[in-house]
Design a protein around this ligand. Sequence first.
Ligand SMILES: NC(=O)c1ccc[n+]([C@@H]2O[C@H](COP(=O)([O-])OP(=O)(O)OC[C@H]3O[C@@H](n4cnc5c(N)ncnc54)[C@H](OP(=O)(O)O)[C@@H]3O)[C@@H](O)[C@H]2O)c1
Length: 302
Amino acid sequence: MASWTPAEIGDQTGRVALITGANSGIGWQTALVLAGRGARVVLAGRDPSRLASAAAAIRARVPGAELDTVVLDLSDLHSVRTAAKQVVDGGPLDLLFNNAGVMNIADRRTTADGFEMTFGTNHLGHFAFTAQVMPALRRAPAARVVTVSAIAARWPSGELTDLMSERRYRPMGAYAKSKRANIVFTVELARRLAGTPMTAVAVHPGAAMTNLQQETQGAVARRMMGLLAKVAMGSPEGAAWPSLYAATEPGVRSGDFIGPAGRRQDSGTPKPARLPRGADDRATGATLWADSERLTGVTFTV
Ligand SMILES: NC(=O)c1ccc[n+]([C@@H]2O[C@H](COP(=O)([O-])OP(=O)(O)OC[C@H]3O[C@@H](n4cnc5c(N)ncnc54)[C@H](OP(=O)(O)O)[C@@H]3O)[C@@H](O)[C@H]2O)c1
């Protein structure tokens, strides 16, 4: 497609979309657009008051928006299980956006279940959540799972070894690993969904200044980040386009990796992007799947 904007998204009345990390940044922008197109949007996030404010801000822009909230802390498998049960009890789910994320955590921290925080939140939490909401996805006519990755998935430090960063912890290395896992998971999910009406798509949003950069340490680094935001980053609004495109465009294929087509791949019309080298390797996908099941204790059947 030559050019695309969210204006092309058709009526979403009757569809249900759940977005993790919907209280800010790209997730909130995604929720705003889908609510404006008539979808019932479930905002998932770890803090009830931030969720309530996010819902109020959408209602202020989209009067009559159909919104729900679900408390979901991806760094705690108990919370993931409780939230997933609530979603499954709520009926069919057409669109799942695995959008929430953390980045650049200065010192190695662990989740409630002892996983390295970045990998545990960005990949393992979403793996367990997707597995546990499958009954709701299966009940929709043609559900789509959109997982938000990043260009960082292509970095050499994103190699899927030492998943818990026990041998060496590098804040952005852990992020790159988690974002590579988002893509490898999507490609493997697409493989397993073949022959069903369900599809799985990974996206990268380009670059936008959001709360994601809040862990950036030091006054100088923060100033640099502010400068970078002005000259080289797009808006959170534009950064939501790949997610929206991946979820709503009929031509998107299961297993695709969608990103902005701009020269620096930071903004513009979404289109299929180059996968990180080896991300579609069958053995890599099967290994990550088995490791994720073993670590989370969740059996993921499609
Ligand atoms: N911004 C960029 O330039 C960029 C580039 C590439 C990829 N991405 C990806 O885009 C996605 C969205 O990021 P963003 O830029 O919109 O940043 P953001 O504004 O910080 O949004 C991240 C969201 O994730 C939520 N979250 C964090 N930890 C969570 C947990 N344990 N459980 C549940 N929710 C949690 C945050 O909730 P709280 O408000 O409670 O912290 C927030 O709602 C991420 O996956 C990120 O990796 C962003």
